[in-house]
Design a binder for this molecule. Sequence first.
Ligand code: GLC
Length: 589
Amino acid sequence: MSNILRLSLLFLLTFGITGTINAQINTTIEKSNENLESSERGKLFEWGNYAMFIHWGLYSNLADKWDGKTYYGISEWLMNESMANIDKDEYKAASKSFNPKDFDAKKIAQLAKDAGMKYIIITSKHHDGFAMFHSKVDKFNIVDATPFGRDPMKELAQACKELGLGFGFYYSQYQDWTTPGGFKAPRVDSEGNPRTFDDYFKSKCLPQVEEITSNYGDIEVIWFDTPGQIEKKYVDDLIEVVHRNQPNALISSRIGHNLGDFRTLADMEVPLKNIDGLWESIDVTNDSWGFAWYDNNWKTPKQILQTLISTIARGGTFMMNVGPDGLGNVPEQAAASLRSSGKWVARYPDVIYGAQASPWKHKLPWGDVTRQGNKLYLAVYEWPKDGKLYVPGINSFVKQAKLLDDKTGKRIKQTLNGNWLILDVPYQQPDPMISVIELEMKNNDIDVDTTQALDPEIGLPDLSVLFADTENCSTNKTTWREKFGEYKHTYIVSNLNKGGKITWTVEVLEPITCQVGLNVRGNGRSVWELKSDEGKYIQNQQRATSKFSEVPLGWLKFDKPGKHTITLTMEKGQNPADISSISLIPVKF
Ligand code: GLC
């Protein structure tokens, strides 16, 4: 297996996990010595950094409504018992009214291209078992079971090829709710004969993976999902088929048994700290992967760009989902946001393509940073109001700073105060979306101090417990769902009322007073104490509610510039609460 990356994932990412911080942070992904960039394999993933995910299937036509009732949650799960609990045969019969006559592969591929994306991954078969391609092994597919009668995957593969985009398939290997033997499907066939997972796997799953890897030209990625309890022998079989038919395709970590070529984080998760190795974050233009008629909660172009840039800044690749409707149209709002953010990407290609992770290893208060060689791209999400951008922790020589899209090449005046670089930037935000400043460093050996720094203007609005040292308590990741299937993630420390302590180290440029808030979840009142290394002290009682929200603690003053510690404790025996982050907002006098 020459030229193949082997990643070892220390834990299996599925969905809905709460794990300890050590498991999260120590996840190492070992690359083989072979240089990925020396081959075509994985190039679009690693260099392109940006992809379109498409969830499209029979569920798109149902649009989260069944028998006149609307269900809230990810629409591709509508059939499942957690949602509408639809009878298998009734669900299958619904394919008769699926006729996506507006489907225009070229239009969708063009949208991905205009968005600045480099490849498309589309659902070939989701958990409902319905194939969106012409399968010879199972009639429950878009050609044989619908009035549409075309193979849209052929058209999309072709359209991608014409536009120079990569193409790949999502395939749900373990769950198949309509094929006897598949996970969550009946264990008997229509005649009452027993059907095992092995039957489903050999008669449908493996042959269909054979089909999608043989009949659609070159494939970038086969994106398996929800491995559940699948046995390793099945995973080995799937890998063998993919490697044999598509030696250049990468396989997602959700194939199971830590056997993927890259790691997909949990749905809708951008990590707070840099992660090494090949990995991706995935998100949705609204809330549901598949089309849901009511789902109008669109991400703005700026939100899309921030997630894209911050994912790359953490060292990853980003994949953004669209859910075409039952007629085959991508909702106009999603398309508009993607086109607009795509125009930004076209103005700043170096911030995205081939860009590397931020040397700070986490977000900065005003935005994030990507890198190419000796150039740092400061993507300023929140443009400063006082004409100064504060760049903390600079230990290397900065040759020059300029606005990235400034054709005049005019330099930005820079001053160094300790290791804070202070840039004199225009008062008016140059790019109404996100402005980018290019810092050209003397050489590729860039040294920055990664300590969390208190921006004199913005402070530290969201300093996660992930950046704190803990004593007699631990940091855990918690994941919850707002609607069914719509995940949120954060890190928490939970047991401070048993004598635990959390200590953050922050860098301060000048004497400063901050309003301190706690982002907390709990049940009832608790007394909090926050103490700095200079002996300043806040003690206050606040009420935590069941949803994370910010409660104010009080003012904290830092007298001296430099590094400080602040330690949070709770009075013993108080109501337990989960602390997610602290906010330090400078007070203006
Ligand atoms: C989850 C869901 C699935 C969705 C996927 C996207 O695994 O089960 O419906 O396709 O996330 O990442």
